[in-house]
Design a protein around this ligand. Structure first.
Ligand code: SF4
Length: 429
């Protein structure tokens, strides 16, 4: 069987490679390869025009027409990733049985439509299959608007493999780590997961709708994965886990094994770690194994919202956690905490105070701009207004709260200034 697999472009007002790799898609493709399927892969985001620290960088981009819904927004709308010519020149003359396309953010779906138009012209007889986050969270929208043959939710893997007539072994599948060497010529970092899913259920997060429960991978394949990529020169490892520290004995054992390899590597945690599961050993291990600016989920210091939104952390976890980080060797400004900006009825003066409190505790603040994610509790009040997924875009969500835009910028600048103080202190130290 011949398969062409494509990670589409991003269509947006802004995009940056903050360690973006289509992780679940790469696991599927690796699983298929292991079953003897011939897979050709194109990642439309596999190009950068700048190289920043730890493997991040800017994508190339081309200005494109704005969807009519965005006409009032005075910013350029762009296609991020490789040019159309480059994509066309990467397409082989192979007769593909299936073309697999993944999807990520719900509001990037116009890129998928354009991609499919282009592929249909080149491969009129191949069956096109769409999966991924948009396909899962906006299944009905995709059915109506995306011209493909099959759409699968991330929770319907069994049906997907049945279509391809490939055995699906749940345990084997979720234990698979991507074979990057089969799919990428150059890598600035590798992404991996030690677990899938999350046992929590926060009101703003759709993880429960995207995963089939919580599953952990044995230590050994992860340690081997890191060793193998280190030998190939990779020093940046991006942990995509959503609950890495949950039941911390697992993380303690894995981190101890990694520490004992004595490698000069860095770990990054864009999906955040849980403050409440920190302990003395874990904090020291995070430091000793090379976690750089580990990010922790908090979202708000408002105790009643913490409870209402799922109780994943509270303010005493926060204080205790920060103390433990310091005992583990992290200095002020060497760790970050996420705060949510722009959620419904948020008091921005309170947010400013929260930012200052966190700063006083030595934490850098990462503002996560709220946008309503379909299938979450917080989405309910928007579901009729935002029938087009373009409206889920966090870059423009704020622009629908016109009166607040100035305040949003003010708080972003305020937080930037606080973080700079901590960074400067570290440089002077
Ligand atoms: S802890 Fe994180 S990943 Fe888990 S439900 Fe909450 S926000 Fe989502």
């Amino acid at each position: 069987m011949n398969i062409l697999a494509i990670n589409p472009w991003i269509y947006d007002f802004a995009a940056y490679d903050f360690w973006l790799k289509p992780y679940g898609f790469l696991v599927i493709l690796t699983y298929l390869k292991n079953k003897g399927v011939n897979v050709d892969y194109i990642d439309c985001l596999d190009e950068k025009i700048t190289k920043a620290d730890f493997g991040r960088g800017k994508y190339p981009s081309q200005i494109i027409d704005k969807p009519p819904i965005f006409k009032h927004i005075t910013r350029f709308f762009k296609r991020y990733g490789i040019s159309i010519d480059k994509l066309k020149s990467s397409l082989k003359k192979t007769k593909y049985d299936y073309i697999l396309i993944t999807s990520s953010m719900t509001y990037w779906y116009p890129a998928i439509s354009d991609l499919i138009t282009l592929l249909k012209a080149q491969y009129p007889n191949s069956k096109i299959v769409l999966g991924g986050t948009y396909a899962t969270l906006c299944y009905d929208h995709a059915k109506k608007n995306i011209d493909c043959d099959y759409i699968f939710k991330t929770t319907s893997l069994k049906d997907f493999f049945k279509l391809l007539d490939i055995d699906f072994d749940n345990l084997k599948f979720y234990s698979t780590l991507p074979s990057y060497d089969d799919f990428y010529n150059n890598l600035d970092y590798v992404v991996f997961r030690a677990s899938w899913g999350c046992p929590f259920n926060c009101s703003y997060c759709a993880i429960k709708k995207l995963s089939n429960g919580f599953f952990r991978i044995f230590h050994k394949p992860i340690v081997e994965f890191i060793k193998k990529h280190y030998q190939n020169g990779i020093t940046n490892y991006i942990l995509y886990d959503d609950a890495f520290l949950y039941k911390p004995a697992y993380a303690k054992q894995l981190l101890t094994e990694i520490r004992d390899l004595n490698l000069n590597i860095h770990f990054h945690t864009p999906n955040a770690l849980h403050l409440k599961f920190l302990n003395k050993d874990i904090s020291s291990l995070l430091k000793d194994t090379g976690f750089i600016n580990p990010h922790f989920g908090l979202e708000t210091l408002n105790a009643s919202l913490q409870k209402q939104w799922g109780n994943k952390v509270n303010n005493s976890d926060l204080k205790k956690g920060i103390n433990l980080l310091k005992k583990g060797g992290f200095k002020n400004g060497e760790f970050s905490v996420y705060l949510l900006l722009g959620y419904p009825n948020q008091n921005l003066d309170d947010l400013k105070k929260e930012a200052y409190n966190l700063h006083s505790l030595g934490a850098k603040i990462s503002l996560a701009e709220f946008s309503p994610v379909p299938k979450t509790k917080l989405f309910q009040q928007y579901k009729d207004k935002f029938s087009d997924p373009l409206m889920h875009n966090n870059s423009i969500f704020g622009s629908f709260q016109q009166k607040k835009i100035k305040d949003f910028w003010e708080i972003k600048n305020y937080v930037r200034a606080l973080n700079k103080i901590l960074s400067t202190r570290n440089i002077l130290r």
